[in-house]
Design a protein around this ligand. Structure first.
Ligand code: SF4
Length: 187
């Protein structure tokens, strides 16, 4: 039987991208446990995240927790209570073209890592997923939507529509106005 502990072991040991020839630094970065009400998905860890083994550890964390702070979440409480992961879980290295910023994981790396993300979502079964950045948004929102149409928005899925919690049917989404009435997530 699939368990989150077993999945975490597999992710930490995973070398799929290296074996496929991608220049990543192995050592999956994620944090959280089953029962988390919020599951936050970023793009991929940076170098300081790998060293600290903590998602959103440095500059990206400062920015993220500014946003979450505006929504009433305290950083320490959020990190202790909720689940943080990424589209791809190993550091992809610097962008070879610019030398600045981190390389965006390729489609193949995203595909190799996707089963881990799907299993995380299925095992944690969060009430709320927060997608941070274009890569995470594009994975779960319909491709036809433009990024600027999605950023800052929220959709709600009634539990009865979540037969498969990963492959949502966006036709089932309810307007954002019902979220406050139907969803309660502890901070
Ligand atoms: S990014 Fe994902 S699929 Fe690639 S090596 Fe790391 S854990 Fe494995």
């Amino acid at each position: 039987m699939d368990s989150l502990t077993e999945l975490h072991k597999e992710m930490r040991a995973c070398r799929l991208c290296l074996e496929a020839g991608h220049e990543i630094v192995p050592g999956a970065v994620f944090r959280g446990s089953a029962g988390a009400e919020v599951l936050l998905i970023g793009q991929a860890p940076g170098v300081t995240e790998v060293e600290a083994k903590r998602p959103f550890n440095a500059t990206s964390g400062t920015r993220l927790f500014q946003w979450l702070g505006e929504a009433g979440w305290d950083e320490d409480a959020f990190r202790a209570r909720h689940y943080m992961t990424a589209v791809t879980k190993c550091y992809p290295g610097k962008d070879p073209k610019s030398g600045k910023g981190d390389r965006v994981p390729s489609k193949e790396e995203q595909a190799l890592c996707r089963p881990f993300l799907e299993r995380e979502i299925a095992l944690v079964r969060p009430k709320l997923m927060i997608l941070v950045g274009g890569l995470a948004i594009k994975l779960l929102y319909p491709a036809k939507l433009k990024l600027n149409e999605v950023v800052g928005t929220a959709v709600y899925f009634p539990p009865e529509t979540l037969i498969n919690p990963v492959n949502f049917n966006f036709d089932d989404a309810l307007p954002v106005s019902v979220i406050g009435e139907r969803l309660s997530v502890n901070g």
